[in-house]
Design a protein around this ligand. Structure first.
Ligand SMILES: Cc1cc2nc3c(=O)[nH]c(=O)nc-3n(C[C@H](O)[C@H](O)[C@H](O)COP(=O)(O)OP(=O)(O)OC[C@H]3O[C@@H](n4cnc5c(N)ncnc54)[C@H](O)[C@@H]3O)c2cc1C
Length: 395
């Protein structure tokens, strides 16, 4: 299992991400208006070979680490939050494969394909009747003759399911397994039927096009990741998800503050010597942004420090830190965008202004709902019954 830290010099030249983010920004309005997949941004990401960024170089990938993926998601989210979130969701799946798939021949071959063909990966954890409880499944991997399996899932939300080259699906290990005895398996587009069971006309993150599907897949059992999903979730999916999602929300907050600052500066130029009335709100938003940046960077450093140590990754203190990152970052982005909106006033409230924060506000409202903050706070509360903070400055 490889660490999440880079395996060589930075694979992603910053201008690569900046160029792709500019493309995403040019199409962000139409992506949002039409609630459509950001095809232009993802063509540019493929061209820049950024979908395989975290695949080790031995497999033909970029050899980047989690910080590189977070930087790309953050840059994209400043211009088009839906593109940033899709990139984050893709890289979460890549991280699971890179860290837990290299022990199996099928997954090693898949990693080579992923990097070579710049495959896009989606995720189906949410399920009808289960909701956002990712550690429970109703569907099961059923045995078929000849080492095959069949899987049927009522997946109420799969972002960009129709555009994905493969979907990582969680399911019970067998028809007799309890809901928490889960596996995760990548199923390829040619092995999967997707029948739409719900649309996607939402407040924000409209470009993720997260419609519901009845997913039916038939594939070989060798595609099931060997480690139980409980371990994959604790060691990789949960921390990587919370770090990459928070990077996306930080991108939204960063652009909101930048727009508010541009507005305040323009106002100040109009009336030299008189500080614009919203300047104090800009100072507040800037303070929040600085603390949010510290939160995300601290979590990244903490993950990289323990990335190769299963005992430390599964310790209650680490889970508390990662859960707390998610719930705090989700609330902080909303607070910062709200403060930036107060700084910009009507100019920020208008849809047709260069200082508009309407999409920022709509997109940011998805943050506390993506695995509901109340659900995560409930999990954290349970962990705190067993875990005592050691009171140290450096954790
Ligand atoms: C933009 C976006 C993209 C997404 N993409 C995907 C995707 O690609 N794949 C995927 O599988 N899922 C995806 N999801 C779904 C997401 O991961 C969550 O599963 C989903 O948001 C949970 O939906 P829910 O609120 O209906 O369900 P639940 O989390 O089950 O919550 C339902 C209600 O119960 C309450 N609640 C639940 N648990 C508790 C608790 N313990 N304590 C107190 N109250 C509780 C909540 O307040 C909520 O009102 C996406 C969601 C969004 C917003």
């Amino acid at each position: 299992m490889r660490a999440a830290v880079p395996d060589g010099p930075a694979a992603m030249p910053p201008e690569g991400a900046a160029g792709v983010a500019a493309v995403a920004g040019r199409h962000a309005d139409s992506v949002d208006r039409e609630a459509r997949f950001p095809v232009e941004a993802f063509a540019a990401l493929r061209e820049a070979r950024l979908l395989g960024l975290m695949v080790p170089r031995d497999f033909g990938g970029g050899g980047g680490g989690l910080a590189d993926a977070a930087a790309v998601a953050h840059a994209l989210a400043q211009k088009c939050p839906s593109s940033g979130l899709i990139y984050a969701m893709h890289q979460i799946q890549v991280a699971c494969l890179v860290r837990h798939g290299q022990v199996s021949a099928w997954h090693r071959g898949f990693l080579e394909r992923l990097a070579g063909e710049q495959l896009l990966l989606a995720s189906a954890t949410t399920e009808a009747g289960i909701g956002g409880d990712v550690r429970s499944s109703a569907c099961a991997v059923g045995d078929e003759p000849g080492g095959a399996f069949r899987l049927e899932k009522q997946a109420t939300v799969i972002s960009y399911g129709a555009q994905a080259d493969a979907i990582l699906v969680t399911a019970r290990r067998s028809a007799d397994s309890p809901p928490s005895d889960q596996v995760i398996v990548p199923v390829l587009r040619g092995q999967t039927q997707l029948e739409e069971i719900g649309g996607w006309d939402t407040l924000g993150m409209r470009g993720t096009h997260s419609v519901g599907y009845r997913l039916v897949a038939e594939a070989g059992r060798e595609q099931i990741l060997p480690l139980p999903y409980a371990d994959i979730s604790a060691r990789t999916m949960l921390p990587v998800t919370h770090i990459l999602w928070s990077s996306v929300w930080l991108g939204i907050a960063t652009d909101a503050v930048a727009r508010a600052a541009a507005f305040i500066r323009a106002e100040a130029r109009k009336r030299p010597g008189t500080p614009p009335p919203g300047a104090r709100r800009l100072a507040e938003a800037t303070a929040g942004l600085q603390s949010m940046r510290g939160m995300v960077r601290g979590a990244l450093a903490r993950f990289e420090e323990v990335a190769d140590d299963p005992d430390r990754l599964t310790a209650p203190g680490f889970a508390v830190a990662m859960n707390t990152l998610k719930t705090e970052a989700a609330e902080t982005v909303l607070r910062i965008v709200g403060q930036a909106m107060l700084a910009g006033g009507l100019a920020a409230y208008r849809n047709d202004s260069p200082y508009s924060l309407c999409r920022h506000l709509r997109d940011a409202h998805s943050a506390p709902l993506m695995i509901n903050n109340d659900r995560i706070l409930g999990n954290t509360a349970n962990l705190l019954l067993a875990h005592r903070d050691n009171g140290s400055l450096f954790g």
